[in-house]
Design a protein around this ligand. Structure first.
Ligand code: THU
Length: 161
């Protein structure tokens, strides 16, 4: 027997096809790019999290001379959001990189996917992803489970032998 795991990805040529809320979340993330601290990789990333109470939290990647001490933009934004508003749901997450334009936007790293998915599993509704560069193609994705099939979760911790 085999299982085939598929997911749906929205591909938009630019943000004009998006709703006003999604466009403004992308704009917030794009404006935050200048606050990335990425002197080692020179790869700036910004994230904007929209919470169910309407609050928007921004984060940028923060690097360090001791390389593993740095943190991705997504986790900077999410950890701040959840430590300030633990009971609010995450409704959407925009992630942008400092490229002028990309035909295929950058997606979150594996560690960020794990963090995003756990928060999603703790809430009622899935969250919406918006992935883009400074302009151009926007990928939309409406469920964090698509990004991390066969994921590890707190349920697995109960399976200890
Ligand atoms: N980075 C992010 O902030 N988010 C991602 O999803 C991928 C990578 C950062 C980490 C590091 O500061 C730089 O990009 C290069 O890996």
């Amino acid at each position: 027997m085999k299982k085939i795991i598929q997911f749906e990805l929205g591909v938009h040529t630019d943000d004009q096809a998006l709703g006003v809320d999604d466009r403004s979340l992308l704009d917030v993330a794009r404006s935050a790019l200048s606050r990335a601290y990425a002197p080692y990789s020179d790869f700036q990333v910004a994230a904007a999290v929209r919470l169910s109470n309407g609050t928007i939290i921004e984060g940028t990647n923060q690097e360090n001379a001791a390389y593993p001490s740095g943190l991705c933009a997504e986790r900077v934004a999410l950890f701040y959001a959840k430590s300030q508003y633990p009971n609010e749901q995450i409704t959407s997450l925009a992630i942008v990189t400092n490229h002028e334009e990309l035909s295929s936007p950058v997606a979150p790293c594996g560690a960020c996917r794990q963090v995003i998915l756990e928060y999603q599993m703790n809430q009622k509704d899935p969250l919406q992803f918006l992935l883009s560069a400074r302009k151009g193609t926007v990928y939309t994705l409406s469920d964090a489970r698509s990004l991390l099939p066969l994921h590890f979760s707190k349920e697995d911790l109960k399976k200890a032998p």
